[in-house]
Structures are given as C-alpha cells and as structure tokens.
Write a protein that binds this ligand. Structure first.
Ligand SMILES: Cc1cc2nc3c(=O)[nH]c(=O)nc-3n(C[C@H](O)[C@H](O)[C@H](O)COP(=O)(O)OP(=O)(O)OC[C@H]3O[C@@H](n4cnc5c(N)ncnc54)[C@H](O)[C@@H]3O)c2cc1C
Ligand code: FES
Ligand code: FES
Length: 471
C-alpha cells in the first residue's frame, strides 16, 4: 500500500471540511470492503483517507411509512433489522447475497451505492425502490433520486467533496418481492441480478410492478416496458413470462471475461421470470394482511471512538482489546490489521492469502463478527475487540471447537483452519442448533482448496450437538 494520511473526524462537518480542503486527493472510507482492496493493489492512491465509520450515520428509522437508512448501515444490519424486515424486506434479501459474511460485517449501504459497481445488489435494489439519496458537502445539502445517481461503471454524480449521508425509501410492506441472482460461485458478484417488487389490488390484478436489473449494463437499469405490460393485468404465468421476455428483448449487455453479452441476456430473461413469479406469489399471499405496527426505535449506536482523532495523522497509537487484553499499538495509516497483527505483533495464527477478502485465511473476530483483516485499516480498529485464533485458548488448552476439529480430522491445513474456526464459532454463538446446510452456508466465505468440507462439517455438527472429549 502506498503512503497516505489518515483522519477519523468526529463530526460530519469536520469530515466535509476535510473533503473540501483536499477534494480529489482525499477518499472517504466507510466499510473499506471496496476501497481497501483498491489500496492494497495501489489502484487507488489518495493522499488522505477520511474514515467516516465513527460518524452517527448508522440509523434505521421508520417515519411516516418511509425508511430512513443511514449511509453507514452495514449489509448485515439490512439482513438482521426487524424494521427493514417488516417495512422493506426486499433489502434484507438483497443484502444476504452480497459477498461473504466478512464483507457483510463491514460493508455499508452508502459505500455500496457510492462505489457503484454495475453488478452490485444494493444499487439495483435502490433503483427498484425509487430511493432518494441525501448528500452533503461543506457548501450544502441535496437530494438525488437513485435513478439519477449512477453515471456509469464505478461512477456516480457525486462530487469529490460530497458524502452520502442517508438513503430514504418508501416502505413496501404490501409489495411482494424477490431478488434473483446467478453467480459463478457462492460469494462472487452475480453475473446478473434481478430485483422485483409487485403489489396487487383486491381483485388480484397488478397495481404496481417494478423490475430492476444489475450486471446487464454500465449501471443498474429498470425494465420499464415489462413493468408497463403488467400494470392493471392479472399476473398469470403467461403474462409474467411475456413481461420477462420484454425485459430481455430490450437489453444489450456487454461481454466480459466472465460471460458473453448473449449469455447475460438469456440469464436476465430467466431471472426476471423467476423474480416476478416469486414476487407475485408473495404479493397475493400478503394481500389483506394488516401492516405490522412500526418500531421506529432502533437507532444503531455509532462505534465508540478510542483513537486520537486529530486529523490527519501519519502514525498513531491505536488502543484495542486484543485477545481479551488491552493493547496499545503504534500503527501506520497505510497498514492493514493483518499487517499489524503479523508484522508488528508477531501473531502468526492469522494467515495472509488473497489480500482481497475472498479466501478467509486472514479472518479475525472484530467485536464478535468475522472480518477479513486484510481489508481493515489498522487505525480503524479504534477501541474495538479483536480476537485471533489464540484468543480461543481456554485455561491453556484448546477450545472445545478446536478439540472437535482434531477429533474429526478437520485440521486439514494450518492455513485455512484458523479462519474456519473463528467464522464457525461466531456463527455458532448465534445459531445454537444449525443443520448441516446452515453450517455449509456459514462457511461459504472460507475457502479450502485441498480436500473439501466434509470433515469440517462433521466437526461443526459434533460441536453443535455438544459432543465433548478427546478420542
Ligand atoms: C470478497 C468481496 C466480495 C464482494 N462481493 C460483493 C457482492 O457480491 N455484491 C456487492 O454489492 N458488493 C460486493 N462487495 C463489495 C462490498 O459490498 C462493499 O462493502 C461495498 O461495495 C462498498 O461498501 P464499503 O462500505 O465497504 O465502502 P468503502 O470500501 O469504504 O468505499 C467504497 C467507495 O465508496 C466511497 N464511499 C463510501 N462511503 C461513502 C459515502 N457515505 N459517501 C460518499 N462516498 C462514499 C469511498 O470513497 C470509496 O470510493 C464485495 C467485496 C469483497 C471484498
Ligand atoms: S481474505 Fe484476507 S487474505 Fe484472503
Ligand atoms: S483446509 Fe486449507 S486448503 Fe483445504
């Protein structure tokens, strides 16, 4: 990573002032799940990184039937929030498809929209929702409609000194919804993603139909012709198939290293039909069901700052709880958490693999959630709790999950096992009796390229059953 300065402003005004001063030379850092890979590969070379993760933009608030989502709402919050599930459940389904569990632990809504990957789920989701983005700069505030926000691949209409602060969507509790995607492997960006929202009237005819696609153009697109073809009509299987065909016919997706344009177009037709079918089934099912009462409360507390924040800095002391002990570590702005753990502290149970968040070898727990330490800047760990494999040690001995791995022959290599143990443990803390399929899904972001996952899943099942003892 090249050298840059790091600032963690405590207020939005301070952040905006820094952006006004440094403009093109500064980059905002939110979850880091797109920016840090770019920094790792020197594809982004800012002189200043402005870390906004500590700003109070984490709220999920329901107001007059509208959801106001702070730009720093993380992908996992969209998956887990009751308010989102009640008032805009499609967002949870879309977020669940993003990357792997570590990406979803840190990646943010505002970051995903600002990054504007044409294949990403949330840009397509907000396009379907006709969301409005609140944007701030030192010279004022403005609102941008989602349909006007994306300007091309990885390009938006944001000026260099602007920050997305909030995303506002109308609640869609009466709409049926579906997010359909085809990806080459679990965790990959989808080749094509389709978001459908449909509501029906009392006679069962389509009242509102919205269809947005990702991965088929240089930005998310709406299939307006297909939507028009459905409005006011009975949503029969033939009519849904015809609408999907209309959507497909009007697309001209580009070819790339992963798929030809013709294949993407074909996929788009299939996924539109599937998405519409599922969305209509849900809309018909929910018809007549009363909308649940709102719970406007869950504002999510911002992360606690525990780092000297006088921006910008070249080197600083980061205070954290590392494997249960308070530590103060001198860190450089351009150092990842992985580098800090291995190179500064000599904690080699954290492994370095891909450096882009894919393999899971560098997994650590950050405040109890698995993250890729290769994609976290060391100064951003401010006041948080980090656990590496050695933090699982109990009274000088192995953790029961490690014992289960040994018993079931699941310690296949020293490279992947630490990350697998930490990911699995975090999952099993929340899910006490998962089935094998749920365990498989939980581990899908931790890659094994030698033998496979059978013994690992055996060990996890045994641990979940409470099996103990060495043998
Ligand atoms: C292995 C892997 C797999 C992934 N798979 C997927 C996937 O399948 N689908 C998907 O959608 N994404 C995927 N991602 C990307 C992920 O969703 C990112 O979290 C997201 O794109 C960026 O969010 P962030 O908060 O991490 O932003 P950051 O990485 O912090 O920032 C990304 C960009 O947005 C800018 N930015 C961030 N926040 C703001 C803001 N509030 N206002 C203005 N500018 C801002 C930054 O300056 C930067 O240019 C994947 C990432 C990885 C590492
Ligand atoms: S996920 Fe960090 S090294 Fe592969
Ligand atoms: S467990 Fe490491 S490659 Fe299979």
């Amino acid at each position: 990573m090249h050298a840059f300065q790091y600032a963690a402003p405590e207020t939005l005004d301070d952040a905006l002032a820094l952006l006004r001063e440094h403009r093109d030379e500064a980059r905002v850092l939110a979850g880091g799940q797109s920016l840090v890979p770019l920094l790792n590969y020197r594809l982004a070379r800012p002189k200043l990184v402005v870390d906004i993760a500590g700003l109070p933009l984490h709220g999920v608030v329901l107001e007059d039937g509208r959801l106001r989502l702070g730009a720093l709402v993380r992908h996992h919050q969209l998956e887990e929030s009751d308010t989102v599930a009640r008032h805009c459940p499609m967002l949870g389904e879309a977020a669940r498809l993003i990357g792997n569990v570590r990406v979803r632990a840190l990646g943010t809504l505002g970051g995903s929209l600002a990054h504007a990957d044409p294949a990403a789920e949330l840009p397509a989701a907000v396009t379907a929702l006709d969301a409005r983005l609140q944007v701030a700069s030192a010279s004022g505030r403005r609102t941008i409609a989602a349909r006007e926000f994306f300007a091309g691949p990885l390009t938006t209409v944001l000026a260099p000194d602007e920050i997305v602060t909030e995303v506002e969507v109308d609640g869609t509790p009466a709409h049926g919804w579906a997010v359909e995607q085809f990806a080459r492997r679990a965790g990959d960006f989808g080749l094509v993603t389709v978001v459908a929202l449909v509501s029906v009237d009392r006679r069962g005819r389509v009242e509102d139909a919205r269809l947005a696609l990702g991965g088929v153009a240089d930005r998310p697109v709406r299939a307006a012709g297909a939507e028009d073809a459905l409005r006011g009509e009975e949503p029969t299987a033939e009519r849904l198939a015809r609408a999907a065909e209309i959507a497909r016919e009007r697309l001209d997706p580009p070819s790339d290293a992963f798929a030809s344009g013709a294949y993407r177009r074909l996929l788009a037709g299939v996924l539109c039909r599937r998405a519409l079918t599922r969305a209509v089934a849900r809309a018909l099912q929910s018809k007549g069901a009363s909308t649940a009462p709102s719970d406007a409360s869950p504002m999510i507390a911002p992360a606690k700052p525990a780092l000297e924040r006088k921006p910008p800095r070249d080197a600083m002391i980061a205070r954290m709880v590392l494997n249960g002990r308070q530590r103060e570590v001198e860190v450089r702005p351009n150092q990842t958490l992985l580098e800090m753990l291995r190179d500064t502290l000599g904690i080699f149970d954290v492994k370095q693999g891909c450096d882009e968040g894919v393999c899971g070898a560098c997994t650590v727990l950050l405040d109890g959630r698995p993250v890729s330490s290769c994609l976290v800047l060391a100064p951003a760990v401010r006041g948080r709790a980090v656990v590496t494999l050695r933090g699982l040690e109990r009274d000088g001995g192995l953790h029961a999950l490690q014992e289960a791995f040994v018993r079931h022959g699941a310690v296949q290599c020293g490279f992947c096992t630490p990350g697998m143990l930490l990911t699995a443990l975090a999952f099993l803390e929340r899910e006490r009796s998962p089935d094998r399929e749920a365990l498989r899904t939980a581990l899908e972001g931790n890659l094994c390229r030698c033998t496979g996952y059978a013994k690992i899943l055996d060990a996890l099942e045994a641990y979940a059953r409470g099996e103990r003892g060495v043998g």
